[in-house]
Design a binder for this molecule. Sequence first.
Ligand SMILES: *Cc1c(COP(=O)(O)O)cnc(C)c1O
Length: 403
Amino acid sequence: MSDSISVAQGREYLAIPGPSVIPDKVLQAMHRASPNIYEGELSDMTAGMIPELKRVARTRHNAAIYICNGHGAWEAALANVIVPGDKVLVPATGRFGHGWGEVASALGAQVDLLEFGKSSPMNMDRISTELRADTAHAIKAVLAVHVDTSSSVRNDIAALRSVLDDAGHPALLMADCIASLGCDRFEMDSWGVDVMVTASQKGLMVPPGLGFVFFNDKAAARHAALPVVSRYWDWEPRANPQEFYQYFGGTAPTHHLFGLRAALDMIHGEGIDHVWARHERLAGAIWAACDAWGQDNGPLRMNIADPAHRSHAVTALRLETGQGTALREWLAQNMGLTLGIGLGMAAPDDPARHGFFRLGHMGHVNGQMILGLLGSLETGMTALGIRHGRGAIDAAATIIAGR
Ligand SMILES: *Cc1c(COP(=O)(O)O)cnc(C)c1O
């Protein structure tokens, strides 16, 4: 049908929901000789970054840093507030909700799972009923994923706080902001979140390898009341170090810290409100294009139907069986563009999984990148004969232009 000259040579674009695109400034900051880990620049720089991290998290409370990925941050947070036998409530809206629950379960917690499916946000009434039924207050924590990266749903964490308060339930509210921090608005203190976990490789624009746990005084009191806490995961010496090595429980992640320093400069230079507004604008352009492609019997659908419940960091999509994988492969081979696989939407041996894919649009992304992403998607659908409605790029351009 067509001549196929690959136009993939050039700068590649990894548009998966983490790791995200690393800014040149971050890469350049990391490209240097090892610093002294005992005194000088590195320890001063680290101390100075703690308040700036808290500004991104919108908290005035405590921050602990770990050398780990998001799974490690999950375990770190739980190890400070949960002991075997404790009950935790897990309202799951995708694969990552289940994942955090599995980590809690492996630490000996009794997991009370509330399943909300793969394309809906949490139902606050069901959570309320569950909490009110727990009159003995056996539930010690609610593990809530803000943006579930598998489904791309965004949950209303402030509403969840109200549900806890209205039920008079003392459980800790713990939020996973691994996908959302620095992308979707999140307000730890004003939304009443007790513990928040995140990681370096998404909205923070640094390679994978740093996990962060933020916690308030209520969570600190719970920690203080535990009979034992794992030495390595203990957040107390990391948040209040007497010696520099205690920030990291050993050798500092030197180069990640230089990268993080540069990333925080970028975030605060732009301003966190503007960072959120940029992600919202670009997400709106993606949704407008997807709506247009879905017209005229085009099979493309966004996984989350209601825009009010969609993340601004990641978009989960579906085509017909086989088309999602075919499109990803075509774009990687022909355009130098890598999209995310579908995650948790179908079993690994179910051919239906090849209909799903995801776009990461978190962190270091701008208008020309998103228009390039959308133009490439349209090119791929054209090349593969995947039916799609017209006018997607027009619609996206109109949103980006603010018209
Ligand atoms: C990416 C992600 C994780 C897991 O992080 P890893 O670094 O892969 O361990 C957990 N939760 C959410 C919401 C994520 O987006």
